[in-house]
Design a protein around this ligand. Sequence first.
Ligand SMILES: Nc1nc2c(ncn2[C@@H]2O[C@H](COP(=O)(O)OP(=O)(O)OP(=O)(O)O)[C@@H](O)[C@H]2O)c(=O)[nH]1
Ligand SMILES: [Mg+2]
Length: 332
Amino acid sequence: MPANLTPEYLNAEQRYRQAASPQERLEALEEMLRTVPKHKGTEKLQADIKRKIARLRQEMQTRRGGARAQPFFHIPREGAGQVVLVGPPNSGKSSLLAALTNAAPEVAPYPLTTRVPQPGMMHFENVQVQLVDTPPVCREFDEGWLYGLIRGADAAVLVLDCSDDGILYLEDTLRLLPDNRVFLVGEQAELPDDPSLPRGAHKRTVVVANKWDLPGARENLAVLVELLGDRLPAQPLPVSAVRGDGLEQLRGRIFTVLHKIRVYSKPPGQKPDLQAPFVLPRGSTVRDAAEVIHKELAEKLKYARLWGRGYHGQMVGRDHVLEDGDILELHA
Ligand SMILES: Nc1nc2c(ncn2[C@@H]2O[C@H](COP(=O)(O)OP(=O)(O)OP(=O)(O)O)[C@@H](O)[C@H]2O)c(=O)[nH]1
Ligand SMILES: [Mg+2]
């Protein structure tokens, strides 16, 4: 066995061996590929993981042995992060995707319109976030891959429906998610690392109350919150995919729920390009930023000068924790 395997990798490998479904096995393999140290000594191992992923994907697409072919969907991540739109049937998930991105999903006045996931890119200030529209979470749509897709995303938007029928399916939705090991948590929640659950089981979630334009929406939402409010991960934000209410605020909340920061790099004596942020996880340090800005410089990095929130070019060390909007000048 090659040396220097990280605890993250060994963890993923253990999950691979204990996986209960092809979906979980695939998630574990992808995590293994992500965390395996990339050097000459692990080339064989990397190739082996890739081969396993390819074989498993193929198996999942066309299940052999006469069994019913099981559909399976994986949406490759793009932009600053991937956020899934989830919710009961007919609540307006596809309408929100259409309103927030350039995608043109099918929208219809009856439930179960969406059968396969569809991505679109949402603009927020100077970043793009990938939104993924999904089939409804309800008993009538019972395909396990949907939960795998949600677990694989960086965060979620739970779309509630303020029309008169809005409460019909919601209780089912709120039961099915945890039954299938998806736990929606608040926007600021710390994510527990529970090795007995599949990776990504806890998802930070923005809750929206859609169709705010309809008469009766306010009353319907009040009833819904009274009956099921304690099972929602957060206070719902009223929005209307049709009229546009709340959508600008929603864009900001969707970026915030990702727990990412934007950092800008400037060469000495020059201005930073504020249209080209480096997007990093919250809590990243100067060193983490240097790794993505300029890998070779990162190794020789001595200090950085910082601009933003109370900083005007002061020197900071490699372990200094950055915040959204910080501008860095790296010095080796
Ligand atoms: N009045 C109003 N109607 C809306 C709004 N958003 C969606 N709708 C309507 O609600 C119906 C369902 O919209 P979809 O976007 O297809 O809902 P969905 O959640 O994707 O539905 P499924 O794919 O079946 O789960 C359509 O008739 C939409 O026109 C809204 O903000 N206001
Ligand atoms: Mg839909």
